[in-house]
Ligand binder design. Structure first.
Ligand SMILES: *[C@@H]1O[C@H](CO)[C@@H](O)[C@H](O)[C@H]1NC(C)=O
Ligand SMILES: *[C@@H]1O[C@H](CO)[C@@H](O)[C@H](O)[C@H]1NC(C)=O
Length: 414
């Protein structure tokens, strides 16, 4: 009897130990699996992000070697907060959440057809245009394209130099939002001859495809251009300043200029919308890359980059991807103070911009995140014959916005 009881006890004990070790091994397994599968609960890319894709990376420029504006981007803060809310209550857009596994599987699928071309874009002027303005847009943003066409993106002469323009588009992700999109784009293309449309889905994580396809297009159809400005549609660009700057450079030399971000770190927080797992990028620091808004490059650099990017594996963040291409050709991007693609987050948060002081914009090249009406107003004020900025102080370098609390006290920034 006693022996049997003892036997039972041992048996139970044995089973318990086995069960525990089984559970433990399961637990250990769960961690790496979870690492590879971060996507399901991730919030989606909202349309806001599409038009302003680079912004959140700016929260990360850790240990910048170059003094970067110490800004707390107010708008983005709230975005981050919203994301947190979204993780608990899935948004209706969750279907667009980023799937890393799928991305890695699809990575070799990187050649898509050009549905609308402008083959004569760079043949109009003998010797090629001086500057090609290439603007990332999405089909739905017709009003943004219109305002850019009417303001800083005008084709024609600036300081005697020929400017041409193209918009870079993919096919809309949700075609029911704009049922007439194909008709619209074809009509726009016929009217303005500035539409490039590729047959890939126009999503935030496909912007890298846009980058590659544009560079290939430029190398094939615009090889005679001298310089290229590539940027977003929600920026204000002082083309006169850019032309002035570029006239002092040689298009047959390498040149890559913008708001360069150094030593940015990949976001390893799985809940972040911008999470990049180590399986996708193993190093702790990204190569130097140009932040959102826009950057300039010479004809020579464009051709070199178009070749180099073909050899770089796709990476879901287009800015960083281009940084990788630059690293491959061993070209150091140049930081220029005129590219204010980070500091100016929300014009209403800054007294300068609230009054639309055009003199503030006079010394800049690119300012990020402006509304359609703000771009129109700024361009018109800047081109007013009554504009006189001699009385005004110039913007000091390095330029810095104050933190939110200070801004609300309307501290004059000079
Ligand atoms: C596309 O947009 C429409 C209208 O906003 C919406 O009803 C529909 O669910 C969306 N479809 C997808 C696949 O997101
Ligand atoms: C990129 O576009 C391709 C082709 O339309 C599509 O299959 C893919 O899902 C898109 N990828 C992302 C991450 O949106």
């Amino acid at each position: 009897m006693r022996v049997r009881l003892k036997g039972d006890a041992i048996c139970t004990l044995f089973l318990l130990v086995a069960l525990c070790s089984l559970l433990y091994s399961q637990l250990e397994h769960l961690v790496p699996i979870g690492n590879k599968e971060p996507t399901q609960k991730k919030p989606s890319v909202t349309p806001k992000i599409l038009s302003d894709p680079r912004a959140p990376w700016r929260l990360m420029p850790a240990e910048a070697t170059v003094p970067r504006p110490q800004v707390t981007p107010i708008v983005r803060r709230t975005e981050v907060a919203n994301n947190r809310v979204q993780t608990t209550t899935p948004s209706p857009l969750t279907d667009s959440a980023f799937n890393f596994k799928r991305y890695l599987l699809d990575k070799d699928n990187r050649n898509f057809n050009l549905l609308i071309n402008q083959p004569k874009k760079c043949r109009k002027t003998p010797g090629g245009p001086f500057l090609l303005i290439a603007i990332k847009s999405v089909v739905e943003d017709f009003d943004r394209r219109e305002i850019v066409r009417k303001t800083w993106g005008r084709e024609g002469l600036v300081n005697g130099e020929q400017i041409q323009r193209v918009f870079l588009l993919g096919t809309p992700k949700n075609r029911t939002v704009l049922a007439t999109w194909e008709t619209l784009i074809h009509q726009e293309s016929q009217t303005y001859r500035d539409i490039l449309l590729w047959d890939f889905m126009d999503t935030f994580f496909n912007l890298t495809l846009k980058e590659i396809h544009f560079l290939n297009w430029a190398a094939e159809f615009c090889h005679n251009v001298k310089f290229i400005f590539k940027g977003d549609a929600d920026v204000f660009v002082n083309v006169e300043n850019i032309v002035d700057f570029l006239e002092r450079h040689d298009p047959t030399e390498d040149l890559f200029v913008g708001d360069i971000i150094y030593n940015a770190r990949p976001i390893r927080v799985r809940k972040s919308k911008y999470y990049i797992p180590e399986t996708m990028y193993g190093l702790s620091i990204y190569p130097a890359y140009a932040g959102g808004g826009g950057f300039l490059l010479s004809s020579r650099t464009m051709r070199k980059l178009s070749r180099a990017c073909r050899e770089v594996e796709l990476f879901p963040i287009d800015d960083v991807f281009l940084g990788m291409c630059l690293q491959r050709i061993n070209l150091k991007p140049i930081l220029h103070e005129g590219f204010k693609t980070f500091g100016i987050v929300k014009p209403s948060a800054a007294p300068h911009l609230q009054t639309f002081d055009p003199c503030f914009y006079k010394d800049l090249m690119v300012v990020h995140s402006l509304k359609v009406a703000e771009i129109w107003l700024m361009w018109n004020l800047l081109h007013s014959p009554h504009l006189s900025c001699t009385q005004k102080k110039q913007v000091k370098k390095p330029f810095q916005w104050k933190k939110k609390a200070q801004i609300t006290q309307a501290t004059p920034l000079r």
